[in-house]
Write a protein that binds this ligand. Sequence first.
Ligand SMILES: *[C@@H]1O[C@H](CO)[C@@H](O)[C@H](O)[C@H]1NC(C)=O
Ligand SMILES: *[C@@H]1O[C@H](CO)[C@@H](O)[C@H](O)[C@H]1NC(C)=O
Ligand SMILES: *[C@@H]1O[C@H](CO)[C@@H](O)[C@H](O)[C@H]1NC(C)=O
Ligand SMILES: *[C@@H]1O[C@H](CO)[C@@H](O)[C@H](O)[C@H]1NC(C)=O
Ligand SMILES: *[C@@H]1O[C@H](CO)[C@@H](O)[C@H](O)[C@H]1NC(C)=O
Ligand SMILES: *[C@@H]1O[C@H](CO)[C@@H](O)[C@H](O)[C@H]1NC(C)=O
Ligand SMILES: *[C@@H]1O[C@H](CO)[C@@H](O)[C@H](O)[C@H]1NC(C)=O
Ligand SMILES: *[C@@H]1O[C@H](CO)[C@@H](O)[C@H](O)[C@H]1NC(C)=O
Ligand SMILES: *[C@@H]1O[C@H](CO)[C@@H](O)[C@H](O)[C@H]1NC(C)=O
Length: 763
Amino acid sequence: MAPQYDNLDSGHPVYGSGGQYYNESSAGFITPQRHTKKRTSNWIKFGIPVLLLLIAGGVVGVILATRKKGSSSAAAAVSANDKLASGRFATATNSEFMMPIYPSTTNTAAFSAPTFVSNDALAWPSDSFVPSNPDVLTVRSDRPRLIAPAYKWAALPNLIANDPYLAEWNATIFLNASQYYNLPPVAYFMDGDSGILDNAREVKMRIKALSYVYRMTNNTKWADRVWTEVQNAAGNGSTPFGPDVDKWNSLHFLDTAEFSAAFAIAYDWLYDIWTPNQKSQIVSSLITLGLEPGIQAYTNTSVYTGWWRSNTTGNWNCVCNSGLTMASLAILGDDTTGVASQLLSLTVDNAKSNCAQAVSDDGTWAETANYWYFGTTGHAEMSSSLLTATGSHYGLVDTNANFVKTGDFHMYITGATSLFNYGDHGPNKFSTTANSMIFYAEQYDQPGYALFQRDQRDAAEPWSMFWYDPTIAGAFWNGKALDHFFDNGVDQWASMRSSWTDNDALYVAMKAGMNQGHQTHNDLDCGDFVLDALGTRWAGELGSADYRSPNYFSNDTQNSDRWRYYRKMTEGQNTILIGQTNQNVAAAPTVDHDSSETSQGSSTVLDVATDSTAFWTTDMTSAYFNAASVKRGVRLLNGRKQVLIQDEITSTAAVQWRMHTNATITIDSTTATLALDGQTMLVSIQNPPDGAVFSTSQAVRFTTDETPPVPDQENPGVNVLIISLPPGTYNLQVLFNPQWKDTTSFVTPPSVALDNWTLRSHD
Ligand SMILES: *[C@@H]1O[C@H](CO)[C@@H](O)[C@H](O)[C@H]1NC(C)=O
Ligand SMILES: *[C@@H]1O[C@H](CO)[C@@H](O)[C@H](O)[C@H]1NC(C)=O
Ligand SMILES: *[C@@H]1O[C@H](CO)[C@@H](O)[C@H](O)[C@H]1NC(C)=O
Ligand SMILES: *[C@@H]1O[C@H](CO)[C@@H](O)[C@H](O)[C@H]1NC(C)=O
Ligand SMILES: *[C@@H]1O[C@H](CO)[C@@H](O)[C@H](O)[C@H]1NC(C)=O
Ligand SMILES: *[C@@H]1O[C@H](CO)[C@@H](O)[C@H](O)[C@H]1NC(C)=O
Ligand SMILES: *[C@@H]1O[C@H](CO)[C@@H](O)[C@H](O)[C@H]1NC(C)=O
Ligand SMILES: *[C@@H]1O[C@H](CO)[C@@H](O)[C@H](O)[C@H]1NC(C)=O
Ligand SMILES: *[C@@H]1O[C@H](CO)[C@@H](O)[C@H](O)[C@H]1NC(C)=O
């Protein structure tokens, strides 16, 4: 069976090494791991809990200053002492969701609006390499070239001494590197679906940290450990690493690209310590295993390893071009074959027309909230490497004028507990993080992006050390609107919350959008939503199904086998199901919305006014067969303490309202009591139509569904809350009342038709 190559992704059914197809029928299936529930409730401490002390002492005095790059006229308001005294804002994460815990305080001194200040003592020195006519083939004369030039290494110790975030990240990278030091080299594992991508990203993660620690200590034991990892991944270690031919698995080119990036860092960052022999060995392995396959992918029409070169506005194009670019820049001048310069003449323009276009005009990433990590990591690494090595990003950062908004996409899709994680989640992240936010903060002059990311659990890794601008000051939440609506037709969605800094906050996000055009990573899920409150997720996603399942990535047409897997079907989403049938892949919903435009202030304690609200409605009739009209709306009530989801449906087939939850459910007719993580949520049907009562089921397919090519994964512990009704015309109003710790009095909303919803229609 010949595989399709246009819709492959970080995991697709049929790769083997050495040109052999992977035999999917004998592959077996991966046990899903991310759905294993962890239900601890202890708080884990990490970091330096100095902020509270500082606030008690009242010594923080951060003053706003408008950033004037290259100007020293603004008052140097933030001193190094101030920064050290203010410490890290979040000094711990919660254990279940690993979200930052911000100190609960109304002391606002440290929490000014996001800004960069003028203070030469806190700033990076300027780079003396400023070519007047940047050229992708003309690299700086000193090493390193990639992301972290020598002048930054020289400045780093002093900046670390004056910045609590840099200090914490440095210490964590040292700790991580010591752990990698004692591990055996990454062992080759061909996963079939994701190829050897996990191997590649783990090698890259290790090489970054080990090389960093070498440069910070000059202790050659770290460079020796890098060499062990490099030799192993080149197939020259003491244990075999892959086949003789195509060792880096160019049939799944992400793997080749990530290994190339890893070797590029090893070569470039440790250039001064490698012997001539080691250098030529790294160069020859890079060329044979990475760059030659890259040339083939770009130029040889009889291979398909380069399918990602055209019409690929997603992570593949970013990751593949980034790895090839970093490796080419690293060996340019030492490469006598010409492949490095040939690739550089191809990758930059290609990434501008593809990778850079993966952000739509509202900032949404074309694939999913999780694939944003892979795509933006590739985009930021490639842009940053070009900037440091050659003095320009050649438009990669700004050819898409809306790329700047993707930082907001990431912030608003991050809920109080976790992402609004619709669609596929991708393979393990390893070297992939959200630290592109820190790069974008600087590139787009959006200090809030770095302020948001710096408290996240994945902030501590070498890129942050060089992307972070220590002149940053303030709090990301100060002035940040609680709601945001993303209106591009491909991905219409809404994000609403009660706070940016309270782990118990209410967060609801709902989507409409198209069911095609997402690199085959979406679900058939118009109307899908997640709901957080009281520190847990009440309505959640089932996530990726098994990437190895036959035809999982075949295509996104109506009859694709992808849509027979429960986690991808409409049935597996938190939305309306009609006639037990999947949504129409040609859906093109419309949306409407409004918000009180409430913003958080400087305090981490937000007292929400009772008239603070937001709503979002969609006409998603086009997503359904057998329905004359299907409209859905979601709104916040009672000062963002309650949520109403309303559906107006006219259908000629049976109707189901469905929501997946990890909670245990107790039903009393039109009321459901959900219990999870020691908290309670009451869900009730308001003004119930005749016959509308709650029921539950396990998260399993109907016996009448079309069978998928292989059985579904199980969804242990997940319950479905359901309202089942015969064909007809309905107005279903489902009210969510989280049982807050204080004695909140709840409101009973009036019944208002969706078309008549306004900001004040439910007061
Ligand atoms: C980085 O962290 C290591 C380990 O904690 C520490 O020994 C070193 O002094 C730190 N570097 C600087 C410049 O502070
Ligand atoms: C790095 O170390 C930190 C602190 O111990 C830990 O939380 C984190 O999981 C480590 N990261 C990796 C990738 O090992
Ligand atoms: C390591 O060596 C470099 C180059 O000689 C030097 O600039 C740097 O100060 C040294 N770092 C340490 C921690 O010894
Ligand atoms: C690995 O071995 C091959 C074959 O001897 C050699 O060409 C290559 O340079 C070596 N690479 C590394 C990194 O050791
Ligand atoms: C193109 O790829 C085919 C199949 O791998 C190979 O046989 C051929 O030699 C390649 N052509 C060139 C010019 O490299
Ligand atoms: C890219 O997409 C355009 C528009 O959909 C289409 O016309 C073109 O044939 C596609 N190109 C490739 C190489 O698939
Ligand atoms: C159940 O919990 C797991 C682990 O936190 C999570 O990944 C999953 O999305 C949750 N499922 C639902 C339906 O909320
Ligand atoms: C889409 O994939 C299915 C298998 O999942 C296949 O039967 C169908 O022919 C494919 N359609 C297109 C247009 O490629
Ligand atoms: C919307 O409000 C208008 C004015 O109050 C009313 O005439 C109309 O019937 C309402 N629409 C629906 C669908 O209830």
